[in-house]
Design a protein around this ligand. Structure first.
Ligand SMILES: [Zn+2]
Length: 476
């Protein structure tokens, strides 16, 4: 049941532009430390705003402190930011892995529309991109990628075709915002910057951030996975698939399961620390006061793995949006990554492209009701023969349906009955029995999947060596 007005409430006392004192998203009063530079931030300039898009690889919405996670203090920096922003509690990833999700974020198109499925796939011809649209209106465009050598989103990717300056983080395990700050400081013209933070991606962290040692099995699993940029995959002595091995160990032994959780939390905490360094550095430039800042997970994590999985843990992602002049607000409407492009363009005062699948979330940022929309997520696994399969999941309000494994073939016209689940107000999820509500949602999902299906763009060949490294990292 949807009851947007009662589930959305302004967080009184928190200004979207750098509140020193805020009210936590739970509604309980909390005093928070001012963000660095807040007290001395200059008054907001007139438009156009700078645009900062921060993506958190493998970030599960339910592991943020701002979402109520209390097992460990995973995200103090994100929590402080969330208290000054619009926090979307029901945000869904449209893709199940880095490139597919970033394609939806950067184009505003669903996976069937942009057709980025593999490592070096190109976007379908004519697909608009957020940096391209902003560049045409006078913005500078840059990206700081904690991805170089990670074999996913990097400077070769067609997703960045409209980004004029692609910057690298020299040390993937020690994020530095310095290069981005230097680039921003070169010019007073408004900028668009994409920053990817990837520490929450497997093999996660080592647990030391929380003063705990990992289980030996988790230590062995982490050692078996090649680090981004490390080159050759390590030899795995006991099994050909380290993720399947650790998943079996975790299912059999609660201590291994708990240690995997700890490792993931440590990875997320490292990403949060990187976000804190980024925000501190950008606050010091004085340019965030008038900026649109979007922080979003590209996909979650099923501990371990995510690609081609339609689990709730993989698809429910954090989404935070802050812009000058807007108050912090909690939004429970169903939204997804394709909404980011129209929302940013709306905040920048620019027209929306004709080809788009998302909606402008501007009304929600102002505390107004949104038209009710569903969130479509899709995966395109390939079977043993290399044939493309299509799987979809669709969430709307409290109800979610997940398509059963489809027959081989690329057309998504026939959506077999899969599973359905309902989320209670307290967040608990239960199986939803068959009935008219499920049938209606499946029909919506089927129609949307068919409507947004287009022929693929030209795919770049992936070498056997890269494919093997990607597989070792859990991608194929
Ligand atoms: Zn990712």
């Amino acid at each position: 049941m949807r009851d947007a007005p009662s589930r959305r409430h302004f967080l009184a006392g928190a200004s979207a532009a750098f509140a020193a004192t805020a009210v936590a998203a739970t509604g309980a009063a909390a005093t928070l430390t001012a963000l660095p530079g807040c007290a001395t931030a200059p008054p907001a300039k007139a438009s156009p705003p700078d645009v900062l898009l921060v993506t958190l690889c493998s970030a599960r919405a339910d592991r943020l402190g701002a979402s109520g996670y209390a097992t460990r203090p995973t995200t103090p920096n994100l929590d402080r930011f969330a208290a000054t922003a619009a926090r979307f509690s029901h945000a869904w990833a449209n893709g199940t892995w880095t490139n597919a999700a970033h394609a939806s974020l950067l184009t505003g198109l669903l996976p069937g529309h942009h057709r980025v499925e593999d490592q070096l796939d190109k976007l379908v011809p004519g697909a608009p991109t957020l940096p391209g649209l902003l560049a045409a209106a006078g913005w500078r465009t840059g990206a700081l990628l904690q991805e170089q050598g990670a074999m996913t989103l990097d400077a070769r990717s067609d997703l960045l075709r409209d980004v004029s300056k692609v910057l690298d983080t020299p040390d993937l395990r020690r994020f530095s915002p310095d290069a981005l700050v230097e680039w921003i400081g070169r010019d007073a013209a408004p900028f668009f910057a994409l920053v990817t933070l990837r520490e929450a991606h497997l093999p996660y962290g080592d647990g030391g951030a929380f003063g705990a040692a990992l289980h030996p099995d988790v230590v062995a699993w982490r050692a078996a996975l090649p680090r981004p940029g490390s080159g050759e995959a390590a030899v795995w002595a006991d099994a050909s698939d380290p993720n399947a091995w650790i998943a079996a160990r975790a299912a059999a032994d609660p201590a291994v399961r708990a240690s995997l959780d700890l490792a993931y939390d440590a990875g997320l905490a490292a990403a949060d620390a990187a976000f804190g360094r980024l925000l501190t550095a950008l606050e010091a430039t004085g340019r965030l006061a008038n900026a649109v800042v979007v922080v979003v997970g590209d996909h979650g994590e099923a501990l371990p793995g995510h690609k081609d999985r339609l689990d709730r843990a993989v698809l429910r992602v954090p989404m935070l949006i802050r812009a000058a002049g807007l108050q912090a607000v909690a939004v429970a409407d169903t939204v997804s990554q394709v909404d980011v492009l129209p929302t940013v363009l709306g905040l920048a005062g620019l027209p929306l492209p004709k080809l788009r699948d998302g909606q402008d979330l501007g009304p929600a940022l102002r505390g107004e009701a949104l038209p009710e929309r569903g969130a479509l997520s899709q995966a395109f696994p390939r079977d043993g023969s290399g044939a493309l399969r299509v799987r979809s999941a669709y969430a709307k309000g409290a109800l979610r349906v997940v398509q059963a494994e489809s027959a081989a073939g690329a057309e998504p016209g026939s959506v077999a009955r899969g599973s359905a689940e309902r989320e209670a107000a307290d967040g608990r999820v239960s199986t939803e029995p068959p009935g008219p509500a499920v049938d209606a949602l499946v029909a919506e999902m089927t129609a949307l999947a068919a409507d947004t299906w287009v022929p693929a763009g030209p795919a770049a060949p992936v070498s056997a060596a890269v494919r093997e490294q990607m597989r070792a990292r859990g991608y194929w």
